[in-house]
Design a protein around this ligand. Structure first.
Ligand code: DQA
Length: 151
């Protein structure tokens, strides 16, 4: 079984590696494929990842809709600060027929109270928060598990 997942990053996540490394670590998204390989082993060859980042809410919406129309198998979504504010992204996740796992690099539950609220989480399979870049690979693994179950 081959799965195709969209790995979608929202605002300020294009600056990973440069941005507040004490919170988000020193690595960029280019580190993720190797972390996925380490975690999934041979199964990683059955997963195709499409990486995309935008600072713009509307572009993220278009990308989510596109994932639906293209019948992607899953979405790994770090919406950055839009997680806590965007009813539009929440509305989109509510209708698209693509399972989504929400990821945060930092542990949002140990940070300011406004970061402890997610507009998106109720429309996702689950949330992974606080494991750094490993979180993206954990989300891929969780989606593989989810997709195996529903197929
Ligand atoms: C983040 C957490 C958000 O609160 C923040 O706005 C981000 C990154 C994370 O990955 O830890 O931009 O989603």
């Amino acid at each position: 079984m081959m799965y195709r997942f969209l790995v979608l990053n929202g605002p300020n996540l294009g600056a990973l590696g440069i941005r507040q490394p004490e919170i988000y670590g020193p690595q960029g998204m280019d580190a993720v494929p190797e972390i996925v390989l380490d975690l999934l082993g041979p199964r990683s060859t059955q997963v195709y990842l499409d990486f995309f980042q935008s600072n713009h809410e509307g572009v993220l919406l278009d990308k989510l809709e596109q994932a639906h129309h293209e019948k992607q198998d899953g979405i790994v979504f770090n919406a950055g600060a839009y997680t806590h504010t965007s009813l539009a992204l929440a509305d989109c996740l509510a209708w698209i027929q693509v399972p989504c796992v929400e990821v945060h690099i930092s542990n949002v539950f140990s940070r300011e109270s406004l970061r402890q609220q997610s507009m998106l989480a109720r429309h996702t399979v689950g949330v992974i928060s606080g494991f750094g870049m490993l979180g993206y690979a954990l989300a891929v693994q969780a989606l593989v598990h989810h997709c195996d179950k529903i197929r």
